[in-house]
Design a protein around this ligand. Structure first.
Ligand SMILES: Nc1ncnc2c1ncn2[C@@H]1O[C@H](COP(=O)(O)OP(=O)(O)OP(=O)(O)O)[C@@H](O)[C@H]1O
Ligand SMILES: C[C@H](N)[C@H](N)CCCCCC(=O)O
Ligand SMILES: [Mg+2]
Length: 254
């Protein structure tokens, strides 16, 4: 695969998974995407560099997203591995910069990027989950988007299909473009048993206004195997780099 050769010279490719908000399905999608990548035999690593909302396990603060991502790639939860995946972890489920300030700590792009670079082992591809939405602050000066930018990561946008998502998605896409980052595409995620009103028209609007492909439309509560299968085309795109000839076509629209 193209990614193997690239990883040897440049280090692993990096993909940053962001969302239109907190709780829109970034972890759900990232888990399944990692499983799909593993089916394609990509050596995929996961990172959740900043998390808020954590409990002590084995005398280490651990966050459920980080644990879920480690589980998805079969990474044993040792204290060292956990620290590699989630170096900045805070107990209260609040905005991370506020949680850090409560601990007299500060978050910075430089520290986070340095952690990620130092943590690289034999991975061919790192999948990095953000915290909340694209512009969640690290401090009064920096945001999670600066981390994606510092890593020169490609970006995947998870859109929670609910009223308001068009505006959130377009604002996010505009800032990704302004930063010159590659938006690999987006995934729509149905968060409620009943689809949002006019769901198909909302999908159509997003597809016409976002200048990047829709790779999957996730239904409510899919079986894990279904979810992984839905994300295979995106995994294929990531596994082959930006090589259209090698990639499967993205999901078609209803
Ligand atoms: N398609 C879906 N069907 C049913 N439930 C879902 C779906 N997608 C996500 N959820 C549920 O919604 C909740 C939020 O999802 P998830 O944790 O993946 O969001 P997130 O964007 O990663 O949130 P955070 O900002 O906290 O990292 C979880 O309880 C998850 O199981
Ligand atoms: C605690 C939660 N699950 C997220 N990880 C953090 C969300 C921070 C959102 C901050 C904000 O945009 O107001
Ligand atoms: Mg999450």
């Amino acid at each position: 695969m193209i990614i193997n050769q690239k990883a040897l010279v440049e280090g692993p490719a990096k993909v940053f998974v962001t969302g239109t908000d907190t709780g829109v399905g970034k972890t759900t999608v990232t888990q399944a995407l990692c499983r799909a990548l593993q089916q394609l035999e990509v050596r995929v690593g996961v990172r959740k560099p900043v998390s808020s909302g954590a409990c002590y396990q084995q005398r280490q603060l651990r966050n459920e997203d980080a644990l879920a991502l480690m589980d998805a790639v079969g990474m044993p939860v040792t204290p060292e591995n956990y620290q590699r995946v989630n170096p900045f972890c805070y107990a209260p489920a609040i905005a991370p910069h506020i949680a850090a300030a409560h601990q007299q700590q500060s978050l910075s792009t430089n520290r986070i990027a340095a952690h990620i670079h130092a943590s690289i082992d034999t991975e061919e591809l790192l999948v990095i989950e953000g915290a909340g939405g694209w512009l969640v602050p690290l401090s009064m000066e920096e945001t999670m988007a600066d981390v994606a930018t510092a890593l020169n990561a490609e970006v995947i946008l998870v859109i929670g299909m609910q009223l308001g998502c068009i505006n959130h998605a377009l604002l996010t896409v505009a800032d990704i473009q302004r930063r010159g980052l590659t938006l690999v595409g987006w995934v729509g995620n149905q968060l409620t048993p009943e689809p949002m009103v006019c769901c198909a028209e909302n999908y159509d609007t997003l597809a016409r206004m976002i200048p990047a492909p829709c790779w999957a439309k996730i239904p409510f509560s899919p079986e894990p195997e279904t979810l992984t299968r839905l994300l295979l085309p995106l995994a294929q795109r990531l596994a082959t780099g930006n090589n259209p000839a090698a990639a499967l076509p993205p999901a078609s629209h209803p």
